[in-house]
Structure formats: C-alpha cells, structure tokens
Design a protein around this ligand. Structure first.
Ligand code: ADP
Ligand code: ZN
Length: 258
C-alpha cells in the first residue's frame, strides 16, 4: 500500500473509542471520523458483505456519505474501467459478464491503488471487497502494515427469491452508474437517469442465468469470509435486508451507531 495511507497516523477505533451519540446532529458530526485517539485521526474500515442484489451499493454509498468515509465499490470501479476501456477493464470484462470473480491479482492491484490515494482522516466503506479469503488476507496485511485493521463487518441478508426479483428490475445509468429499480425505485422518466439524463440499461450480468451463477459464487467464495472475520477482532453484525431501503437504513443506523 502506498505510503500516503501509512503517513496519516490513522487509527481504527476500538469499541471503547466509539462516540456516545445523542441526537441526530450529534450523530451526524460524530460519524466515523470522531473516533479519535491520541495517535491521530481515525480511519474506520467497514466491510459490507452480502449476496449480489442485497443492496450493498444503495446502503454502502449512504453509509459512507453519512460517515464522511470513502465508499469503495470494486464492482463500480471495474465497470468504470470497462467503460473506459482500460487494460484492467479489458482483462476483467469477460469474468464479470460470466458472473465469475475477477482474479484476485487484478482486484488486489486495484484496491492497493485506491488505498494509496487516500488522504488522512478518511474512513472506508468497502462494498464488494474483499470477496475471497486471499483478498481478505491482503487487506489485513495492508492495514496491518500501518497498525490498523478491519473495524466492522456488516452482513446484509436476503433470500435468493428476493435477490432474483430485485436484480430482474435493476437498471443502471450507462453514463454515471446510478442504480434504479423499475419496481421499487423507478426513475422519474422511464429509461432515463434522474441524475444525468443518461440511458438506463440492464447490467450485463443481471440476466437470470448469470445472476444464479453469481449467487453460487457468493456462497462458495465469499460466504467463508463470515467465518474469517469471526476469527478477527472485527465487529460483525447481521442485518436483514429483505425490507424497504429506509427500513434497512434504520437497522444499519442502529448497528453502526451513526
Ligand atoms: P454484485 O455484488 O451485485 O454481484 P458488484 O458490482 O459488486 O455486483 O460486482 C459485479 C462483478 O464484478 C462481480 O460479479 C465480479 O465479476 C466483479 N467483482 C467485483 N468485485 C470483485 C472482487 N472483490 N473480486 C472479484 N471480482 C469482483
Ligand atoms: Zn446517470
């Protein structure tokens, strides 16, 4: 990992360092960044785990914004690389289209780059990373180099039936990547992005056969991370995500104290 991250003197707050929260204003300003200790400002590392379609993106972006943290979604970064036609994008595209994992080596390189660009005092919410035990090992070692660790792991859960339905209705903007759902969160104008007016399309890997493969891959390669993190000092929370977005948000707020 780049030295920039190492020079920040950041710290992952332990349970004792969590702020006492009183009221929403206090919560908003407390956020993750207030978990300070003598050693310097805090970087709290949060990982969102969960199957495809469970809402990691929707909740993760919100959580990061609320916490003043950086939202790092490897899927979004990979799709941007594909759109831009970079070397990484070209190498990753086939795996993504088939619903397979992009090889660890590529992902690790990508995440190293992101982390090396982090400024001091930045928390991180990871969505879609780590997805395999080698990726989790890499993250632990990168954080360990700067005397830090994963602080929280939040597991979002929903049945396959719910996930399949959600992904069937999911549409995303070709230009900015904003995500909609024609059933639950439709854009104001059908087929057009509220944010930038871009064309909405189904993600290439959201067809039912590919979705089923992604669910299998999740169970085989990513679910073991729950066990992995149970063996670390990270705080692990499970949140039922087969509910409307705001209800899941409330539950997240409760478990994270944000
Ligand atoms: P979802 O969680 O809905 O499957 P993502 O946007 O997180 O969607 O990921 C889409 C695809 O990008 C995955 O199916 C996989 O091919 C690739 N990908 C994203 N993150 C990783 C990762 N950490 N390791 C390997 N492949 C990844
Ligand atoms: Zn858009």
């Amino acid at each position: 990992m780049g030295s920039q991250f190492g020079e920040t003197g950041v710290d992952v707050a332990g349970p004792g360092a969590r702020p006492a929260l009183h009221g929403s204003k206090a919560r908003a300003s407390a956020r993750l960044s207030s978990c300070r200790r003598e050693r310097g400002p805090a970087v709290v590392v949060v990982i969102l785990l969960g199957p495809p379609g469970v809402g990691k993106g929707t909740q993760g972006a919100w959580l990061a914004e609320r916490a003043g943290a950086r939202y790092v979604a490897t899927g979004d970064l990979l799709r941007a690389a594909c759109r831009e036609g970079t070397e990484l994008g070209r190498r990753a595209q086939g795996y993504m289209d088939r619903g397979e994992l992009v090889p660890d080596g590529l992902i690790i390189e990508l995440v190293r780059q992101v982390l090396s660009g982090l400024s001091p005092d930045t928390g991180v919410v990871f969505d879609g990373f780590p997805r395999t035990v080698p990726q989790a090992d890499m993250l632990a070692s990168v954080l360990g180099d700067v005397d830090r660790q994963v602080d929280r792991v939040i597991v979002l859960e929903a049945d396959d039936e719910v996930l399949l339905r959600r992904m069937a209705g999911r549409r995303s903007c070709r230009d900015c990547g904003a995500v909609y759902n024609i059933h639950f969160n439709a854009p104001r104008k059908a087929g057009a992005c509220d944010r930038c007016g871009g064309e909405l399309a189904r993600r290439r890997d959201d067809d039912p056969a590919t979705v089923r493969r992604r669910l299998k891959v999740y169970r085989k390669d990513t679910m073991p991370l729950i066990q992995f993190y149970l063996g670390t000092s990270a705080r692990l929370e499970q949140v039922a995500a087969d509910r409307p977005v705001d209800k899941v948000r409330d539950a997240l707020q409760e478990v994270t104290g944000t």
